[in-house]
Design a protein around this ligand. Structure first.
Ligand code: SF4
Length: 202
């Protein structure tokens, strides 16, 4: 049975594809990630998704559009209204903007599944140990209901190390931040890290 697999990136998809195939599914990739910035990074991750699909002979559908402007339009009101708190005060994967980001990607996946005769979908987001798993699950279930398809749930985090090893074997590009420009700052800004340490100490 075919299953639509939303791919947040190639490395996170390695274990998911392996596991789904072992379980008798035929995963078909779907790349829709307007949360990846800046442009050259988005291009790199898209190329990596294409390379991966080719290497493992998986069908892949791509939304070939860099979505920075739409992403900011949707998330900036939340980021701005908290005067920086969303970036500074919340631990990884618990940001208010992430809820919007998850919902957008999972909703589009459910919609694409419904429009293209897939009965069921899932996402490589459920492989990440950095995301808000329970929140994503709730959102995916509600998207599935809205579009009349099924959501396949599996806690792919169980294969964390195996997924890393597979991505290294396949020589895939491995990014070092989640995706959006805010997450890039959180990953690399020492000032932000210092500020967070100060806040979380109190
Ligand atoms: S940190 Fe990751 S999940 Fe959260 S908004 Fe940014 S790209 Fe999306």
């Amino acid at each position: 049975m075919k299953i639509l697999l939303h791919m947040c990136c190639a490395p996170c998809s390695c274990y998911c594809v392996k596991k789904l195939r072992e379980e008798g599914y035929e995963p078909v990739g779907y790349f829709f990630n307007p949360n990846i910035h800046p442009y050259q990074e988005w291009r790199k991750r898209l190329k990596s998704a294409r390379d991966f699909a080719e290497k493992i002979s998986m069908e892949l559908h791509v939304v070939n559009h860099y979505g920075l402007r739409e992403f900011l339009k949707k998330t900036f009101p939340v980021v701005e209204s908290l005067e920086g708190d969303d970036t500074v005060k919340n631990p990884d994967g618990r940001h208010n903007r992430c809820k919007i980001c998850y919902a957008w990607r999972l909703n589009e996946t459910a919609k694409f599944a419904a429009e293209n005769n897939f009965e069921i979908f899932t996402s490589s987001l459920f492989y990440s140990i950095h995301q808000n798993h329970e929140l994503m699950k709730k959102i995916a279930e509600s998207s599935a209901k809205q579009f009349g398809v099924k959501f396949f749930y599996e806690d792919f985090r169980a294969g964390w190390q195996e997924g890393i090893d597979l991505s290294l074997e396949l020589e895939l590009y491995r990014q070092n931040y989640c995706g959006c420009i805010f997450s890039e700052e959180e990953r690399f800004s020492n000032d932000l890290k210092k500020l967070r340490r100060k806040i979380f100490k109190n």
